[in-house]
Design a protein around this ligand. Structure first.
Ligand SMILES: Nc1ncnc2c1ncn2[C@@H]1O[C@H](COP(=O)(O)OP(=O)(O)OP(=O)(O)O)[C@@H](O)[C@H]1O
Length: 320
């Protein structure tokens, strides 16, 4: 069977900005697939192309068996989309939101399905309550109900847990896993949270500056690119050369980073070498997707291009 999503050499220019640079990947049927990368990497642009909101400059994409450029309406019938910002209408009840969604989708027989979804998510008894009074978790459940109303084959989620507290985020991971299993829906989500990609996605593509720089299951990527990283905050002057016998060393901004396969075994010797420095903090980061990203790009996701201003704008939008 053809994959749920096929992306071939997708490229997108916004004027001089090359937002996507020949990316290719496939999402298999029934898979939870993640696009992981910092702000500005091209994640939203990818989702916008796959949901028909914008056209690629070149390349090809097939979603649920249809070409997103040539058959956008066929694609739209078969996909659900959950944006980073909350899309429910606070002034309406949950049921009215579903009714509006049904109208937008041109659905006639939607009421049984809507009841079934609200029951599935445990919010049926609140169906006639105004959504403005819902908790964040309940709103997310309603949003997902709306996205599932027309029984899509593929769901796109752009930064689904941005701005959520840790427990709501984890609850949402469970929901995403459940709908994937119970409704057989394939999921393509974007995230800049390493842990989210690691915990939730069967396979991920790491995207940076418009390019896919690695693709595989979290375990495969850790195996291939992962290392332990010793991180030392210091004051004083250090000689990088002295440390190179321990592994690959990066020194910048008052931080030393050493990539190694056996952090615990060498840490004492490393600190001995640095006895003339004022050591402020020492951390050992075991292999994780964060160290995979560091190996591939020389920077961590947080340091990368995480844009706090845009992040808080998104949260403000979500809270409105
Ligand atoms: N409408 C637009 N006009 C011009 N440039 C754009 C437009 N949309 C995105 N870009 C640029 O394209 C690049 C990729 O942006 P995109 O939004 O896809 O990244 P992202 O990984 O989703 O990050 P974010 O989480 O910040 O949305 C960035 O350099 C961005 O500034």
């Amino acid at each position: 069977m053809e994959s749920a999503v096929i992306v071939e050499n997708l490229t997108k220019n916004y004027g001089d900005v090359l937002a996507l640079d020949h990316i290719s990947f496939e999402v298999k049927h029934g898979e939870i697939f993640g696009l992981l990368g910092p702000n500005g990497a091209g994640k939203t642009t990818t989702i916008k192309i796959l949901t028909g909101l914008t056209k690629p400059t070149s390349g090809r994409a097939i979603v649920a068996g249809f070409d997103v450029i040539k058959q956008p309406n066929e694609v739209k019938k078969r996909i659900g989309w959950i944006a980073a910002e909350v899309i429910v209408d606070d002034d309406l009840t949950a049921w009215e939101n579903l009714e509006l969604q049904a109208k937008l989708e041109g659905l006639n027989d939607w009421k049984d399905r809507a009841s079934e979804l609200l029951k599935y998510f445990g919010i049926y008894e609140f169906k006639d309550k105004q959504v403005g009074k819902f908790s964040t978790g309940m709103r997310k459940k309603l949003e997902i109900s709306m996205a599932l109303l027309h029984s899509p084959e593929v769901i796109f989620m752009d930064e689904p847990t941005i701005g959520l507290d840790v427990s709501t985020r984890k609850a949402l991971w469970d929901i995403i896993r459940q709908i994937n299993k119970d409704f057989g829906v394939s999921v393509l989500l974007t995230t800049h949270y390493m842990e989210e990609a690691d915990m939730l996605c069967e396979r991920i593509a790491i995207i940076n500056k418009g390019k896919i720089i690695a693709l595989g299951s979290p375990a495969e990527l850790k195996e291939k690119y992962g290392t332990d990283v010793i991180e030392i905050d210091y004051e004083g002057k250090t000689d990088q050369k002295k440390l190179e016998k321990f592994g690959e060393v990066i020194v910048y901004n008052g931080k030393i980073r050493i990539k190694t396969n056996n952090a615990e075994n060498i840490i004492a010797d490393v600190l001995k070498q640095l006895s003339d420095l004022k050591i402020k903090a020492v951390r050992i980061n075991k292999t994780s997707l964060d160290t995979v990203f560091l190996t591939l790009t020389g920077t961590t996701l947080e340091e990368g291009e995480f844009d706090a201003r845009r992040f808080y704008m998104t949260i403000r939008r979500a809270r409105r």
